[in-house]
Design a protein around this ligand. Structure first.
Ligand code: FES
Length: 373
């Protein structure tokens, strides 16, 4: 066998294992896979090092650093296959095994995309109703192995970044913007940034010291809106704080009401095309299907639901065993084959056709449809 043929043989896809983009990693994995057949390499690799998984992305928590009373920065060392060329502002999915179940959530990356340090950071705020966030802030120990979903998201800066930027953030909505600020600061590209950040009280401001550090350098101005003292931030206040805001490209992240108000106002002001928003919750009305009867062929069950109910929820209503992990479209656990009809993705509005494998947690029926479950 020639060297070229050997290389191709090693890089060939392995059944049931998604291919990595890095050819060298594929070849190394191919070597293990073919050497250890019929077991796939994970069965061996796990024993040597839990981060050496060819089948899924993993990471090890190396540090948990408190930020405020209810938030913390988690530093994670990703294992094999993680790509450090993500964009500032993107988020990463984190899965943690607690009490026999995988819990998933996504968090904005706050570390600049840089391979040299070999670690990533996320900031987590404990939410009263958020089991995983509370666990991550208060209970996760350094050394814990987590699953990772590849970085994704469209809330990113343009390349090159615009000269004049306005950030509008509230609460933990500041996290993707901190990722952007750190990246711009590292590249020495903070040209003219205006930032409005809302928090309840000054003790609640995440990254307070870091923001003060940016304030000391030219090119960054911060307005803090403490809602218990100053009331809520309303977009009409932009003229008062940053009268040149119409010349700026705007990135906004925070609660739904803030983003809705800003969208309406920017539209009225003829600036709709200059607003980039990040919503942490799925908007169930924007892209919902029209609803219909969802049939589960193998279980022999069917249920009629509206267009705001996901296929996952529809199945659970009638007792179909539906696999799930994150319930927000990041972990791939819930994927099932659509055999008839159409469904629509709540996040993008994209319709899937029969024969496609779809994430049941973020798709709603667009008419009657049948799943192989
Ligand atoms: S449950 Fe995670 S992608 Fe659907």
């Amino acid at each position: 066998m020639k060297f070229k043929d050997l290389a191709r043989w090693l890089e060939e896809p392995i059944e049931g294992v998604p291919a990595l983009e890095n050819r060298r990693l594929n070849a190394v994995r191919g070597f293990f896979a073919r050497l250890t057949t019929p077991l796939i390499p994970d069965d061996y690799l796990h024993l040597v090092n839990p981060l050496w998984s060819a089948r899924e992305l993993r990471g090890r928590v190396v540090e948990v650093r408190p930020e405020t009373a209810d938030s913390a920065t988690l530093v994670i060392k990703p294992g094999w296959g993680f790509r450090f060329d993500y964009q500032p502002g993107q988020f990463v999915g984190i899965g943690l095994h607690i009490n026999g179940r995988w819990h998933w959530r996504s968090y904005s990356l706050i570390s600049p995309p840089a391979r040299d340090e070999g670690v990533i950071s996320i900031a987590v705020k404990a939410m009263p109703e958020g089991f995983l966030s509370t666990h991550l802030v208060g209970g996760v120990k350094p050394g814990t192995i987590v699953r990772l979903a590849a970085p994704q998201g469209d809330f990113t800066l343009t390349e090159p970044p615009p000269e004049k930027i306005l950030f509008v953030t509230a609460g933990s909505g500041i996290t993707p913007v901190v990722g952007m600020l750190r990246t711009l600061a590292r590249r020495d590209e903070i040209a003219d940034i205006a930032h409005i950040h809302s928090a309840r009280r000054s003790d609640d401001i995440m990254f307070r010291a870091e923001l003060s550090g940016y304030e000391e350098r030219a090119g960054y101005q911060l307005h803090l809106q403490l809602t218990t003292e100053d009331g809520k931030f309303m977009p009409e206040m932009l003229d008062e704080h940053f009268p040149d805001w119409r010349e700026r490209e705007v990135w906004a992240c925070g609660p739904q009401a803030l983003l809705d108000n800003l969208e309406v106002y920017m539209e009225e002001q003829g600036r709709a095309g200059h607003l980039h928003v990040e919503r942490f919750t799925i908007n169930r009305t924007a892209n919902a299907g029209e609803g219909g009867t969802v049939k589960f062929r193998r279980s022999g069950k069917a249920v009629e639901v509206d267009g705001a109910t996901t296929v996952l929820e529809a199945g659970e209503k009638v007792g179909v065993r539906m696999p799930f992990g994150c319930r927000m479209g990041i972990c791939h656990t819930c994927v099932a084959e659509l055999s008839e009809g159409f469904v629509r993705d709540l996040r993008s509005g994209r319709e899937s056709n029969p024969g496609e494998r779809v994430k049941t947690c973020v798709n709603t029926p667009a008419g009657n449809c049948t799943f192989e479950l």
